[in-house]
Design a protein around this ligand. Sequence first.
Ligand SMILES: [Zn+2]
Length: 116
Amino acid sequence: MPFKFMNSLNDSISELDPDRIYVENIRSILKTNTRIARFICKLAVRKGYFEKYYAISCKNETCGRVIKSYQDKTEIPLELVCQMCEEDGTLVYTFATENLIVTPYYKYIQGTYELA
Ligand SMILES: [Zn+2]
């Protein structure tokens, strides 16, 4: 079953930013649901096509930018400083990470698919 998806993924991957692929991108490309898209991403990681990262976004409404990305969830510190907000002179720029939104995304490892 997944191979059908993997083939259409291969056809469409060039339309994406290979350094920042979201489950939602995969879902819309494959015209499937989120559950299957997640499964495909997981499979792609296991096969070495994708690397998984976690992007942590700033909580300030005026910002919302990605503060930092981590490959290993255990490396995420308890507190994060948004340097953009600090430089902008925003009052609050230090956040407890548990209150921040963590968005998983994937990086496509160039050339790995063709080797499969
Ligand atoms: Zn910020």
